[in-house]
Design a protein around this ligand. Structure first.
Ligand code: NAD
Ligand code: ZN
Length: 246
C-alpha cells in the first residue's frame, strides 16, 4: 500500500467516525473545471494581476478597465462545469457524510454539482449588484452593451462578489464561523489559506478539537502547523478516491 493510500484510509476512517464534517474550498477545486486560481499564475491572472484588478478601489477608479477583466472571467465561469471534485463533495453530502461546504469560490459549481448546503463566503458571480442603490440582478441575463454596465438608477454594476478591500457578507461570515466551531473534521480543499478571514476557519475548527484534512498539490501555511492529514494531489483525483472509501 502506498503512503497516499494509507493516508486516504486514515482520512476515510476519520470522516466515518465524525459527527460533523465541514469542507472549506478554494479556487484550486475549480482549476480542473478550467477556472484558473489566483496563485500559480495561470491563464487569466498572467494578464491581470488579481491584487490590482480584484481590489474594490480599482473598480471604483477604473471601472472600464476592471470590467474588461470581469467579462473574460464571466465567460470562463459561465462555460465551466463541475469536475469530479465538486461531484464527490455532492456525493459525500448525499451519503450523509458532509454537512456543509464553506466556499471561497464565486463560480456556483458546488451547487451545480448538487451540493445543497453551500456557504458562499465571497459572494456569487451569479448576481450583479448596483454600487449606488444596492439593487441586485441575475448575471446570466446580463447583456453588456456598455462597459461598465449600469443600473437603471445610473449607478455602476459590480459582480456580487467580495473584492479585496470589501467586508465579508455578515450572514456568510457568521454561518461559516458557526460551522467551523461545531465540526469535528474539516476538509480543506484547494485553498492557499492566505486570504483572511477565510483562512481563519481551519484555526477556529482546530481550536475546538476538530481534525484537519487537507487536499492540495502544494503545501500551504496549514500543512505543517494544524493539518492532521495532508493528502497531496489534485482535488479531482483525491476526492473521488476518498469518497469511494466511505
Ligand atoms: P488561491 O488561488 O490563493 O490558491 C489556490 C490553491 O489551490 C493553491 O494552494 C494551489 O496549490 C491549489 N490548487 C491548484 N490546483 C489544484 C487542484 N487541481 N486541486 C486542488 N488544489 C489545487 O485560491 P484561494 O485560496 O481560494 O484564494 C483566492 C481567492 O480568489 C478566493 O478568495 C476566491 O474568492 C477567489 N477566486 C475564485 C475563483 C473561483 O470562483 N473559481 C477563481 C480564482 C480566484
Ligand atoms: Zn442602482
Amino acid at each position: 500500500m502506498s503512503k497516499l493510500d494509507l493516508l486516504l484510509q486514515q482520512a476515510a476512517d476519520a470522516i466515518r467516525l465524525a459527527r460533523r464534517v465541514v469542507a472549506l474550498t478554494g479556487a484550486g477545486i475549480s482549476v480542473e473545471s478550467g477556472i484558473p486560481a489566483f496563485r500559480g499564475t495561470q491563464g487569466l491572472w498572467e494578464k491581470y494581476d488579481p491584487m490590482e484588478y480584484a481590489h474594490i478601489d480599482a473598480l471604483r477608479a477604473h471601472p472600464e478597465k476592471v470590467w474588461r477583466m470581469l467579462l473574460e472571467l464571466h465567460t470562463l465561469v459561465r462555460d465551466a462545469r463541475p469536475n469530479p471534485a465538486h461531484l464527490s463533495l455532492a456525493r459525500m453530502e448525499k451519503k450523509g457524510y458532509l454537512r456543509a461546504i464553506i466556499t471561497q469560490n464565486i463560480d456556483h459549481l458546488h451547487q451545480d454539482a448538487g451540493s445543497s448546503f453551500v456557504i458562499e463566503f465571497h459572494g456569487t458571480g451569479h448576481r450583479l449588484a448596483c454600487m449606488s442603490c444596492g439593487e441586485r440582478y441575475p448575471s446570466q441575463e446580463m447583456e453588456v452593451e456598455e462597459i461598465p454596465p449600469r443600473c437603471p438608477c445610473g449607478g455602476i454594476l459590480k459582480p456580487d462578489v467580495v473584492f479585496f478591500g470589501e467586508p465579508i457578507p455578515w450572514r456568510a461570515l457568521i454561518q461559516a464561523q458557526e460551522e467551523s466551531k461545531h465540526c469535528d473534521v474539516m476538509l480543506v480543499v484547494g485553498t492557499s489559506a492566505v486570504v483572511a478571514p477565510a483562512c481563519d476557519m481551519p484555526y477556529l475548527a482546530k481550536e475546538r478539537g476538530a481534525r484537519i484534512l487537507e487536499i492540495n498539490p502544494e503545501e500551504t501555511p496549514l500543512t505543517h502547523t494544524i493539518t492532521d492529514l495532508f493528502l497531496q494531489g489534485s482535488a479531482g483525483d483525491i476526492l473521488p478516491r476518498l469518497v469511494d472509501l466511505l
